[in-house]
Design a protein around this ligand. Structure first.
Ligand code: PSU
Ligand code: MN
Length: 295
């Protein structure tokens, strides 16, 4: 049925609340304009939904807080009839269960930096070994350890495909310069990519990472980004340090790290990272729709 799964964590936690409803609408329009049917995923009152209605989305926006669910916290949220935002891992789980084979996101979760201090690896990566969905993504967020995230996908045996690129992109950047890492195969033609994807998903129970780098005109220069990221990390770490051993407000550990750093970056960069984020997600929705239409 040409459906394209979309996630709600990006909408509810990845961008500021005042931009979120417009982004959700735009993604819906883009997917339809390219010949596919959007299926926004979420958990509402413990019900897994693949194709959230506008009224249900309103309901989520009206909540003061909606938990970000990964594959480990999905089950308890269902059992307790909670609301939840799906991340890449849980959107893949719901999409696979509903027979949706293509999903558009912004960037994957991955291996966080500073591994020696704390082991923090997103459940997104493991999800690719279990759910047969092609995920169109601009690589993994450059707030992560991009090279080690790419290595981890290799270790897990997950195919990493470059759409019109042979580098593994780093979200705000098409490539990571000196740290640049490659993909398993490059496809320039959507028909050929769709044929490969159809065969791969039918042959294995694995997902496929389809890298679509940020459009060149929206790329953020690496030197600007590195400066902003250093500031954002310092802020988030200072907050976390303040809260150690207490339940202090502002503590960002575990699954709160990604939204905290993204939020700090959007602020520090004066909205530049937010604009880039929105641009790349929209382009990924377009490519995902083009693929879904061909499956
Ligand atoms: N892409 C974005 N913004 C986001 C995310 C992805 O452009 O907010 C979300 C995705 O839902 C992804 C999650 O699954 O961040 C990763 O979180 P963690 O590192 O805690 O696994
Ligand atoms: Mn994590």
């Amino acid at each position: 049925m040409n459906r394209v799964a979309l996630e709600t964590t990006l909408i509810l936690h990845g961008v500021p609340r005042d931009t979120a409803p417009a982004l959700a609408r735009e993604l819906d329009v883009i997917v339809r304009a390219h010949g596919a049917v959007p299926a926004l995923c979420a958990v509402i009152h413990g019900e897994p939904i693949v194709g959230v209605s506008p009224a249900q989305l309103e309901q989520l926006f009206a909540q003061p807080h909606v938990s970000k669910l990964n594959t480990s916290s999905l089950g308890p949220a269902l059992a307790r009839k909670r609301h939840g935002a799906t991340t890449v891992s849980t959107t893949m789980e719901l999409a696979a269960g509903a027979g949706v084979r293509v999903f558009a996101t912004g960037g994957l979760g991955g291996v966080h930096r500073n591994l020696a201090h704390r082991l923090d690896i997103s459940a997104d990566l493991m999800a690719f070994t279990r759910f047969p969905v092609g995920v169109v993504t601009s690589g993994c967020k450059s707030i992560l350890d991009v090279a080690n995230t790419r290595e981890m996908l290799e270790t897990l045996g997950v195919p990493v495909i470059g759409y019109r690129t042979d580098r593994f992109p780093a979200f705000y950047q098409r490539d990571t310069g000196a740290q640049s890492v490659g993909v398993d195969a490059r496809f320039d033609d959507l028909d050929e990519l769709a044929a490969y994807l159809r065969a791969e998903l039918a042959r294995t129970a694995r997902g496929v990472v389809i890298c679509n780098p940020i459009p060149t005109e929206h790329e953020i220069p690496g030197t600007d980004f590195d400066r902003w990221l250093a500031e954002a990390h310092a802020e988030v770490e200072a907050m976390a340090a303040l809260a150690v051993g207490s339940v202090g407000p502002g503590a960002a550990v575990g699954r709160d790290v990604t939204p905290a750093i993204l939020g700090a970056l959007h602020r520090i960069s004066n909205g530049a990272t937010l604009r880039a984020n929105i641009a790349l997600v929209k382009d990924n929705a377009r490519v995902a729709a083009e693929l879904a239409r061909r499956l």
